[in-house]
Every structure is written in C-alpha cells, then in structure tokens.
Design a protein around this ligand. Structure first.
Ligand code: NAP
Length: 234
C-alpha cells in the first residue's frame, strides 16, 4: 500500500509515516522544505515528495510525481497543521492575517491536497483519508466548562479544526457510495514543536489513531471523529 503523509518531516506526521512503514505500507514523506523532507525520508528509508499544502502548484506537482512513481494512492493523511500565536490571544485582538494563515494550512490546504489526490485515491481498491483534527475543534468539548479545553480559546486554530471536522464530514458524504473512507483523528496533547513540547503524550502516541484510521477495515466508519478511546463529540 502507498500512503502520503503531509507534514511528515517531524512531529506526529513523522511518526505516522514511521508506524505505517512498520506495518508494511510505503509512506511517502510529504514536506514543504526539501532538505528537511529528504532527511526525514532518508531516516525512514521512504520516498519523499515536496509539497507545500498552501501552494496548489506544488500539490499538483506532487500528485503527478506520485502518479508516475506509484500509480495510485491507498492512504492520504492530511497531517500538516499550524497554530499562529499572537501576543494577545483574545479573539478581538487576534490579527485577521493570523487567522487567514492558519486556515490556509489547516483547512484550505486539506481541501487542496484532497482534491489533487482524489483521482489517485480512486484507483486504490479501498482508499482511506485521515484528517488530523483536534479536540480543540470540538464545539461540544470546548463549550463544556468541565473540560480542560473550555478556557483554551485560540480563534484561528480552534475554528480551523472545527471547520476541518465539517470538511471531513462533507467529503465522507460525497464518497459514501465508494469504498473510500474519510475520518478525522484527534491525537491528544502531544509534545511537538506545535506546542513547544508542552504536550503530555508522545508524538508516537498521537500517531496511533491516524495509523488505525489509515488501515481501517471495510466495516469501519466514515465521516467520524475518533481518538484512541473511541468517538469524540463534534
Ligand atoms: N501536538 C498536539 O498536541 C496536537 C494536538 C491536536 C492536533 N494536532 C495536529 O496534528 C498535526 C501535526 O501536528 P504536530 O504536533 O506534529 O506539529 P509539528 O511538529 O509542528 O509539525 C507540523 C508539520 O506540518 C508541516 N507544515 C506546516 N505548514 C505546512 C505547509 N504549508 N505545507 C506542508 N507542510 C506544512 C510542518 O513542516 P515544517 O517543518 O516545514 O514547518 C511539520 O512537518 C497538526 O495538524 C496539528 O494541528 C496536534
């Protein structure tokens, strides 16, 4: 099986690629920076493709390269994601530019990559798309004062992951009469560069749910939001 993982040069994406490799999948390391990407791919003994999810031309070139080198795609993990911190995190003080930049990667990037890769995914017997979401995108959890996420208000990031959840559901609906399954994964709070390594889980632990959804059987769900313990509320 052939998998493309975006943002696989480090963090959770790198672990997803490594773990998929251990399961016999060929994990194509997608990364926007050629040096970082090639180094990561070499570490894994995996192929590399240059891909900046905010650059449609680079995404189209990546799809062409994958088509030429592999002919199809069995798994797409939309993992690349960013958080843009400002000095003042109040929504009213958050520069629109920071929100826009976040959406370019976390939402529009996912749509760009998914659309570009769909023709290759349709060629696989039963492709899987996994979108790396977050519990911070759950309206139910973030509006419940009894959860640790209630007080964490990050306008751009949280709303981008909520949007990504709806993107996930929308593609799952379009593809419901095909063997392709589309799900959102919550890795939990993992120590990576994204949070200056504050997370209490490892990147490997965060990668596990994405790997599970990437290798989901035909009886598995589509249009679901899942973490290790099971479904999350939207
Ligand atoms: N860590 C957590 O606690 C946590 C919790 C919930 C959800 N998540 C989600 O999990 C995913 C992975 O996060 P992480 O914690 O592993 O973060 P990370 O260590 O910061 O890695 C993010 C990856 O995304 C890549 N990336 C950023 N912008 C890109 C672009 N325009 N095109 C292509 N790649 C791009 C980065 O590449 P560069 O090295 O070139 O910047 C890097 O490889 C994200 O979607 C994040 O929102 C993480």
């Amino acid at each position: 099986m052939i998998a493309l993982i975006t943002g696989a040069n480090k963090g959770i994406g790198h672990e997803i690629a490594r773990l998929l490799g251990e399961r016999g999948v060929t994990p194509i390391v997608g990364a926007r920076d050629e040096k970082r990407g090639r180094e990561a791919a070499d570490r894994l003994g995996a192929p590399y493709v240059r891909l900046d999810v905010t650059d449609a031309a680079s995404v189209a070139a990546a799809a062409k390269q994958i088509e030429e080198e592999h002919g199809r795609l069995d798994i797409l993990v939309n993992n690349a994601g960013i958080i843009v911190h400002g000095e003042d995190s109040r929504p009213s003080a958050t520069p629109l530019e920071a929100v826009r930049r976040t959406y370019e990667v976390n939402v529009f990037g996912v749509i760009t990559v998914t659309n570009a890769m769909l023709p290759l995914l349709r060629r696989a017997p039963a492709a899987r798309i996994v979108n790396m979401s977050s519990e911070l995108g759950s309206l139910t959890l973030t509006t419940n004062p009894d959860t640790p996420w209630y007080d964490y208000v990050e306008l751009g990031y949280n709303s981008s992951k909520a949007a990504l959840n709806m993107v996930t559901v929308s593609y799952a609906k379009e593809l419901r009469d095909t063997p392709i399954k589309v799900n959102a994964a919550n890795p939990g709070y993992c120590a990576t560069d994204l949070n200056a390594h504050q997370g209490f889980r490892t990147a490997e632990q965060g990668a596990a749910i994405a790997v599970e959804l990437a290798l989901l059987g035909d009886d598995g769900p589509s249009g679901a939001f899942l973490q290790d313990e099971g479904p999350l509320p939207w």
